[in-house]
Design a protein around this ligand. Structure first.
Ligand SMILES: Cc1cc2nc3c(=O)[nH]c(=O)nc-3n(C[C@H](O)[C@H](O)[C@H](O)COP(=O)(O)O)c2cc1C
Length: 197
């Protein structure tokens, strides 16, 4: 089995998307062959040729202004005519994370990926919408406050390995919105003070 993973974060290192990809790969195991791509640092042509022959494609990216980041959107628009030739039988999955607490904000971005599937003739698999992206990277996925995300990725990995379709999932951090906002405010103040010194 060959799995293509497209990281759609513009951040080169330490992004929440990178952490999600790491956690997903732990769950998918060593047996599959991977094509790991970056929509930020590779051209559309490079990505499509790396994805050649994949059985599953997983797009992992942040929410930007309630949508798909522009460089990833460009890739989706430019490749929709040719990607089905490279991966005719691929099932497409997406994990979108956002900075606010509410995962439902990511639904529009997941719908953009579904529309990409319709236009390019690929099969849609499942979308995972993860709120509380500010904590991803600061904590291990699978442990509190990212237990819910860990469980959603467990289920997603199973679906990917069996090329199954499933309902989209909305994943909240397993702390309250109040504590998430407190932690985000403290972290923002810390960064402001640090940058002034
Ligand atoms: C330009 C920009 C736009 C953003 N727009 C949103 C948004 O509309 N809603 C939201 O909840 N978070 C938004 N965020 C926050 C990111 O989605 C969040 O920080 C995410 O965890 C970053 O993921 P990454 O580290 O994988 O890039 C935005 C961040 C940036 C830099």
């Amino acid at each position: 089995m060959k799995i293509g993973v497209v990281n759609g974060s513009p951040r080169k290192r330490g992004s929440a998307s990178e952490n999600i990809i790491g956690a997903l790969r732990e769950r998918l195991g060593k047996a599959p062959e991977y094509a790991l791509c970056s929509a930020m640092s590779q051209s559309g042509r490079e990505i499509v040729s790396a994805l050649l022959g994949c059985d599953a494609l997983i797009f992992v990216f942040p929410l930007y202004v309630d949508g798909v980041p522009s460089h990833l959107l460009r890739f989706l628009e430019e490749s929709q005519g040719q990607i089905s030739g490279a991966v005719p039988a691929a099932v497409v999955y997406a994990v979108v994370n956002n900075g606010f607490y509410e995962p439902a904000q990511n639904i529009l971005a997941v719908n953009t990926l579904k529309s990409f599937c319709v236009k390019s003739g690929l099969k849609w698999g499942q979308g995972v919408c993860a709120g509380g992206g500010g904590m991803i990277g600061a904590r291990r996925i699978g442990r509190s406050p990212l237990k819910n995300l860990g469980m959603a990725l467990d289920a997603l990995a199973e679906n990917v390995l069996q090329l199954k379709t499933a309902e989209d999932r909305l994943v909240k951090p397993d702390i309250s919105r109040f504590f998430y906002l407190c932690a985000a405010s403290v972290s923002m103040m810390f960064h402001m003070v640090k940058n002034r010194l």
